[in-house]
Design a protein around this ligand. Structure first.
Ligand SMILES: Nc1ncnc2c1ncn2[C@@H]1O[C@H](COP(=O)(O)OP(=O)(O)O)[C@@H](O)[C@H]1O
Ligand SMILES: [Mg+2]
Length: 205
């Protein structure tokens, strides 16, 4: 599955909470459909029972490794059930989070980066991965995390570790970083430019 034939484009948006992934992904899908492309929004973790069972019945056994394997299984099923059929039908699939979320979050929770990458090695590589970069304070403020039951400093501290892993993945050339601390229209314009550039090489409306 890591390399298959398809005529669509697999686009992924990554970033910490509040970076704008959901907003920008949906804007992108609407705009691409408006331009005459076939585009569809999807997200991870999916609403499959896999993740719910682990979060429920097995919650006391959760750790970074259990979570990485759970999300990896959810991901492979999502690819087979939805993403790959759409790509084969010529769709631009815009995924709100994908395997680099696993790498960032499970590595921030204590699993080695290389191991999380290995666990996800069989999963289809995206054509374009965009990382929306914001500092944790900005992201959490947008999400109004003040209502969380966790002390705010802990949440910020975790988001900071997640961001560090994301920045390492950018350094490795796995994602294109876009400054998402700017007004949404500016962020969107840069995201769209990256996607249209990738599209110009493979698809026409
Ligand atoms: N660039 C931006 N500037 C200001 N607010 C933003 C920006 N991007 C997103 N937001 C707002 O921040 C909140 C979180 O955005 P969202 O897209 O849900 O982030 P994510 O999916 O990455 O957690 C939403 O209310 C959204 O309207
Ligand atoms: Mg979101």
């Amino acid at each position: 599955m890591s390399s298959i034939e398809y005529s669509g484009l697999f686009v992924v948006l990554e970033g910490i909470d509040g970076s704008g992934k959901t907003t920008i992904s949906k804007m992108l899908v609407d705009r691409l459909n408006g331009l005459g492309f076939k585009a569809e929004y999807t997200f991870e973790p999916t609403d499959s029972e896999i993740v719910e069972v682990v979060r429920g019945k097995y919650s006391e056994y959760r750790d970074a490794y259990v979570d990485a394997l759970t999300f990896a299984l959810d991901r492979l099923l999502h690819l087979k059930r939805k993403v790959i059929p759409l790509l084969r039908a010529g769709f631009i699939v815009v995924s709100d989070r994908y395997m680099y979320s696993s790498v960032a979050y499970q590595a921030a929770s204590g699993a080695p980066i290389e191991w999380v990458l290995l666990v996800n090695k069989y999963a289809l590589k995206p054509d374009v991965t965009i990382y929306l970069d914001v500092d944790p304070e900005t992201g959490l403020r947008r999400k109004q995390f003040k209502t969380t039951r966790f002390p705010e400093f802990e949440v910020i501290d975790f988001a900071r570790r997640v961001r560090e892993v994301y920045l390492e993945l950018v350094k490795r050339g796995l994602m294109i970083s876009i400054n998402a601390a700017r007004p949404i229209e500016e962020v969107y314009r840069d995201v769209e430019a990256v996607v249209l550039n990738a599209l110009s090489k493979v698809l026409t409306p």
